[in-house]
Design a protein around this ligand. Structure first.
Ligand SMILES: [Zn+2]
Length: 280
């Protein structure tokens, strides 16, 4: 793909002191077999029957935050390691005139390939000057060999990423916990998808923007029924509880939301037993 072919067409939104852009890294595709349901196997079968044969296609996003202190990214996309359907974040940054060395920090929502592999250029740092803020609970989990052994081989990729993060970024890794992590940015624990899975809230006078990472992958289905999940949730029951509670909180607080896999910025409205996401 030629440089700039994927470039950002939106205009930035402002939250507090930050200018925010959604950067689309690529599109993830899977079959309906990845659908799960926290209410159990019968609910899962029903969900899959209703879904039919259609492929699941979701955007993979990162976010660009700019303020007087420079360029901050929330997540880093996949880089080239997931093939040509991914890794477009790099062209998007180039099209915006942002060089690798301009990125001051990357805040990770969790340690999964579609959010963290873009930090690497083989065995080099892709963002040579960046500090990497990473949820401490994910670092602890994915650096623990006993946890690795409990998961099937196909699900162990995140453990390799954690090792590589430590190896390549070393002292530039900044473990974070809940609360204010940077001026105007609050980390909100959203456990379940991974143990340290974290959203970031940019507060402003009107409420703010919550980047809720992978709290939802399928906006319509998971808003209507927060017990709908995808097989990538490490603890599906906790993920479902987190999903319902963050939807409820975002609706009540009037936050605008976006995340690792939503196609655009949204409002959350309570509706019936569930919720609905509306264009913001
Ligand atoms: Zn994801």
């Amino acid at each position: 793909m030629k440089a700039g072919a994927f470039h950002v067409k939106q205009s930035p939104r402002r939250f507090g002191t930050y200018e925010v852009l959604r950067l689309k890294d690529g599109v993830f595709e899977a079959g309906p077999e990845v659908l799960i349901h926290a209410s159990g196997e019968a609910a899962r079968e029903r969900l899959r029957a209703e879904w039919g044969e259609a492929r699941i296609r979701i955007d993979v996003n990162a976010f660009l935050l700019r303020d007087a202190s420079g360029v901050t990214l929330v997540d880093a996309g996949t880089g080239p390691e997931w093939g040509p359907n991914f890794g477009h974040l790099r062209q998007e940054l180039a099209a915006l005139g942002i060089a690798r060395g301009d990125v001051r920090r990357v805040i990770l929502t969790h340690i999964h390939g579609d959010h963290a592999l873009g930090l690497f250029d083989g065995e080099e740092r892709y963002f040579p000057e960046a500090e990497i803020l990473v949820p401490m609970a994910d670092l602890a989990f994915f650096l623990d060999p006993r946890q690795r052994e409990r998961l099937p081989k196909a699900r162990q990729g995140a453990f390799d990423i954690a090792e590589r993060l430590k190896r390549l970024y070393g002292a530039r890794l900044v473990p974070i916990m809940e609360g204010i992590i940077l001026p105007g940015i609050e980390a909100v624990a959203l456990p379940g998808h991974t143990p340290g899975h974290t959203g970031y809230l940019l507060r402003d006078a009107a409420g703010g923007l919550l980047l809720w990472a992978d709290a939802l992958h399928l906006e319509e289905h998971q808003a209507r029924d927060p017990n709908v999940g995808l097989a990538f949730d490490i603890d599906p029951e906790v993920a479902a509880l987190t999903r319902r509670s963050i939807l409820e909180r975002a609706a009540r607080q009037g936050w605008i939301v976006c995340g690792g896999h939503l196609p655009d910025f949204r409002w959350v409205r309570a509706e019936g037993q569930g919720f609905r996401l509306l264009p913001a």
